[in-house]
Design a protein around this ligand. Sequence first.
Ligand SMILES: C[S@@+](CC[C@H](N)C(=O)[O-])C[C@H]1O[C@@H](n2cnc3c(N)ncnc32)[C@H](O)[C@@H]1O
Length: 320
Amino acid sequence: MEAYGYHAPVLPDETVSLLVTGPGIYIDGTLGGGGHSLLILRRLGETGGLGRSLLVGIDQDTNALDEASRKLVEFQGSSMFVRGNFSTVGDVARSAGEGPGRGLPVMGILLDLGVSSFQIDTPERGFSYLRNGPLDMRMDPDGPVTAADIVNGYEEKALASLFRRYGEEPLGGRIARALVAARGAGRISTTGELAALVKGACPRKDLAVKTLSRVYQALRIEVNDELGVLEEALEEGFEALSPGGRMAVISYHSLEDRIVKRFFASKAAEDWGPKGVALREPLAPAKAIQVTRKAVTATQEEIDRNPRSRSARLRVVQKL
Ligand SMILES: C[S@@+](CC[C@H](N)C(=O)[O-])C[C@H]1O[C@@H](n2cnc3c(N)ncnc32)[C@H](O)[C@@H]1O
């Protein structure tokens, strides 16, 4: 069994079997520690396609790029790394196809959303309410907005709506009120301070952990514009795929999964025009087939080994 100190890839076998269909360009838009990329390259090697393939790894976090380039060193000739946001996956695919992957079809794009275990476990990154650190939460350490900017800068109404919309947190209004009141005594600047304030605003202390994780989720989504960049990446990535190419997305909460599910369903649907108009054939054929009818989830054995996989949902689509 592989040792994964930085981050253990979720649904590893399922992802690789459903994504890799033959040689070509594979883009891992969420490189992280390179766990999935390594497995993709190995699969290409086992099936004799490595010489006609290129793995392009994207991450906005330089720590991830350093870790992955160490892990994939044996595949140096078949891989390249790009620091950036996966919302630019279309441009990345084009430059790969014009450069080192000239002439190769784009056969696969993977997005394994969210943060890595390394990012969560590093207190200085400010992602976890369990580890005290600066209230940061930027996946791109040079990004323009931190969680502290939001917690200290947004008006009460905007904070409340953020917690409800991105955290689906029923106590959003109450928590926003408590944070704005606390700001009177000085800036809220650490994850520990925020956690204490959120807990203090929860009437049922036994439910405070759920509220904490929903509030932290909402802030992280806002800091990194996670839903906006996902929508862009789905459109751009699908466009960049060659016919027969596949896109696989692993999401970890319902807001992300809903976006992926709807996007894949829209590509797999024929266009029959407005309701009530009887046509003999569709205005436009389906552009894709859904490789996974239902989301693939982790086995109990994987959840026991890697609790992070508990909420993972993998969906895969193939371009026609
Ligand atoms: C869940 S981890 C991926 C782990 C990886 N699959 C592995 O096996 O090691 C997500 C990674 O994607 C990166 N990431 C998340 N959103 C991103 C975005 N919009 N653009 C670029 N990188 C992103 C994070 O910095 C993090 O390193």
